[in-house]
Design a binder for this molecule. Structure first.
Ligand SMILES: Cc1cc2nc3c(=O)[nH]c(=O)nc-3n(C[C@H](O)[C@H](O)[C@H](O)COP(=O)(O)OP(=O)(O)OC[C@H]3O[C@@H](n4cnc5c(N)ncnc54)[C@H](O)[C@@H]3O)c2cc1C
Length: 289
């Protein structure tokens, strides 16, 4: 990976500015953290836990959805979009404006420079979250990080292929469209867009001869494995953002390791929180392969 992420991890307690439903069981939380907002890059993530109490004891990882900016354009707050799954995300959904949460980050390697040409993001479930900031960044519409990195040669277009079980779970479609990212939906139940797998949408494009400069995927492991096979079959560069369970987020606990092919062809475990979460799709080894 051509990652450009600096390392300036810090832990702090910050206020919740907003926490509102954006789709079924899905919320967008805004955290008053200008320091993180100035440093974080698309593809990086942060850990969040309630500031008081011990339940849950461990933080939970969330991708940067976007940086909220003040009237003069300076980075002011962090937006995260999350799906309520279990204890940690249920506790987050109960936070109200003024409540405090403990956060640490920015974590992970983040995405590299903008590819020259069209880019396609493939998301399954809540896997769309890393792609709003990434789309803005790669299209040259916003700068991120301590160095205010702005791509001089932006991607020529960005498309999000977004698969959810049912249309009520599709979150933030308007955010993507207003950022100039075209959205095509796929649903398992046929309630919106293509009735079937989100990878079908990419397969159609590749079969009719489209050649994205880069495909990036985020979602459940079976979808990512299918995406990796599809991209390899068509010889299209593809990166994946992995969302393995993790406890610390900074490389100490080794609970998030994934088998990754090494340059010499061997396979070794790599920490998704530090060496990832972004890996070239060809390097990720799936259990069935
Ligand atoms: C780098 C990274 C970025 C992420 N970004 C986002 C994001 O932007 N928005 C978002 O909603 N989620 C994101 N996630 C996933 C999120 O961290 C988990 O959904 C969350 O930790 C669940 O916590 P919980 O306490 O609510 O659920 P738990 O009580 O921990 O788990 C509830 C159920 O979900 C399963 N589960 C929990 N985490 C995962 C996982 N990572 N993969 C597969 N199954 C899991 C558990 O096995 C259990 O069955 C990200 C994960 C990583 C590693």
């Amino acid at each position: 990976m051509d990652a450009v992420a600096p390392s300036c991890v810090a832990q702090r307690t910050v206020a919740v500015l907003e926490n509102r439903a954006v789709a079924r069981d899905t919320y967008r939380i805004r955290l008053d953290d200008p320091e993180m907002a100035r440093a974080i890059l698309p593809g990086q993530f942060l850990m969040i836990r309630p500031a008081a109490g011990t339940d849950p004891l461990l933080g939970r990882p969330f991708a940067l959805y976007d940086v909220a900016r003040s009237a003069d354009g300076s980075p002011a707050a962090i937006d995260v979009v999350y799906l309520v799954l279990g204890r940690g995300t249920a506790a987050l959904a109960e936070r109200r404006p003024g409540d405090r949460v403990t956060v640490w980050g920015p974590l992970g390697n983040g995405f590299g420079p903008a590819p020259a040409g069209p880019v396609v993001f493939v998301a399954g479930g809540i896997g769309q979250t890393p792609f709003l900031a990434l789309g803005r960044w790669w299209l040259g519409r916003a700068a991120y990080g301590a160095d205010r990195i702005h791509h001089q040669e932006p991607a020529t277009s960005a498309t999000l292929l977004y698969g959810v079980r049912t249309s009520a779970l599709a979150a933030g479609v308007g955010d993507f469209e207003s950022a100039g990212i075209a959205v095509e939906l796929a649903t398992d139940d046929g309630s919106a867009g293509h009735h079937g797998f989100v990878t079908d949408l990419l397969a159609r494009r590749l079969e009719r001869g489209e050649r994205p400069a880069k495909v990036v995927g985020c979602g459940p492991p079976p979808m990512l494995a299918a995406l990796a096979r599809l991209a390899a079959r068509h010889d299209v560069p593809c990166d994946l953002s992995l969302e393995n369970h993790m406890s610390c987020g900074f490389g100490a606990c080794f609970s998030c390791v994934a088998p990754i092919r090494q340059p010499d062809g061997s396979v070794d475990l790599r920490r998704v929180c530090v060496e990832g979460p972004i890996f070239p799709a060809n390097d990720v080894v799936w259990p069935q392969t």
